[in-house]
Design a protein around this ligand. Structure first.
Ligand code: PHE
Length: 341
């Protein structure tokens, strides 16, 4: 029996498995219910009493050796498996790039315009998108029958008293004049709403940025110089502007501002429709009626105002041909502006 025990001990010590499954197979064969160790235990029952002590110790040693061997082999294989995992990681492989978001072109252009005017001493003013008739029309000298009040242009929320979505950010200028005495120098960016059919060049929601400057002795020449500075900053140093007479209820005189086409340099191309000029904004000297309606003395103060569509400026600056792209949030479009400005 000692020989059998020693023979089994030798096999346990020499056992050298390659996979975890082999260990389990070996364990069942040796230590399992019907395994070789139990067979020896059965034999042990019948040995002579004077041999029991010696053989019992040998059997115990065999059992603990086999258990220890199996456990340590299991651990070794596990370590090797996790080492293998590490070895398959290719440390020289480039990391997977995180997709970074980018600023929307409308934000980029808005920020640039705000920045240009802040250099001229303007601060940003804000106001509500849901407005009343006074702030959008009446305080701005719109006559009661003016077509802009009509259902065609304005989204009314309630009638009498009229509550509506602002159709221009000039309402912020009215709110500024309510709270601030001249000198006033504000720039007002924001969303505006007009009941227009959506097309490549118009949308019912768009963004405007308007400016207001009121102080003693503000002249048309001041306005022209400020807007020329703005145009050069946004469209390039070579840019020139021209002003065409226009009409707004809240300014007198009023003008449309054109910049020289930055694509053809003024020679004429499809973008400027052969004229060499691109219309970018409306402007004018604040109508004395507007100053009066807002408790500012028109004898003492004068001022100018201007307003532009941010989508339009961004279209001209980046050559975007369809305004609807700004609202679709297609990342293929938006990613083109990752490095813009
Ligand atoms: N509020 C005008 C518009 O929405 C733009 C404008 C602002 C024109 C200020 C002149 C002066 O079209």
């Amino acid at each position: 029996m000692t020989d059998k025990i020693n023979e089994l001990l030798r096999r346990v010590e020499e056992f050298n498995p390659k996979a975890a499954a082999e260990i389990e197979e070996f364990r069942i064969k040796i230590l399992g219910k019907k395994g070789e160790l139990n067979a020896l235990m059965e034999d042990f029952k019948t040995v002579a009493p004077e041999l029991k002590r010696e053989l019992g110790q040998q059997l115990n040693k065999l059992k603990t050796t086999a258990l220890d061997r199996i456990n340590s082999l299991r651990e070794q294989l596990q370590d090797a498996a996790s080492d293998d995992g590490a070895a398959t990681e290719d440390m020289t492989r480039p990391g997977s790039a995180e997709q970074l978001g980018s600023r929307h072109p409308i934000s980029l252009v808005k920020n640039q315009i705000v920045e240009v005017f802040s250099r001229l001493g303007y601060t940003v003013a804000d106001g509500p998108e849901i407005e009343d008739d006074w702030h959008v029309f009446s305080a701005l000298n719109f006559p009661p029958e003016h077509p802009a009040r009509d259902m065609q242009d304005t989204f009314f929320i309630e009638k009498n008293p009229d509550i509506l979505l602002r159709t221009h950010t000039s309402s912020i200028q009215v709110r500024t004049m309510e709270h601030q005495k001249p000198p006033i120098r504000v720039i007002c960016p924001g969303r505006v709403f007009r009941n227009e059919a959506i097309s490549y060049r118009a949308h019912c929601i768009f963004h405007q940025i308007e400016g207001l400057y009121i102080d003693e002795g503000v002249s048309f020449a001041d306005m022209k110089q400020s807007l020329l500075y703005f145009a050069k900053e946004v469209f390039g140093e070579q840019t020139v502007i021209r002003m065409r007479p226009s009409y707004f209820p809240f300014t007198e005189p009023s003008a449309e501002v054109d910049v020289s086409c930055n694509l053809c340099g003024g020679k004429g191309c499809p973008v400027c429709k052969g004229t060499g000029w691109l219309e970018i904004m409306g402007c004018g000297m604040v109508d004395p009626n507007v100053l009066k309606a807002n408790n500012i003395d028109p004898e003492k103060y004068s001022g100018f105002a201007f307003g532009m569509g941010i989508e339009r400026i961004a279209m001209l600056k980046y050559g975007v041909k369809d305004l609807r792209l700004y609202f679709e949030n297609d990342v293929r479009f938006l990613h083109q502006f990752d490095t813009a400005l």
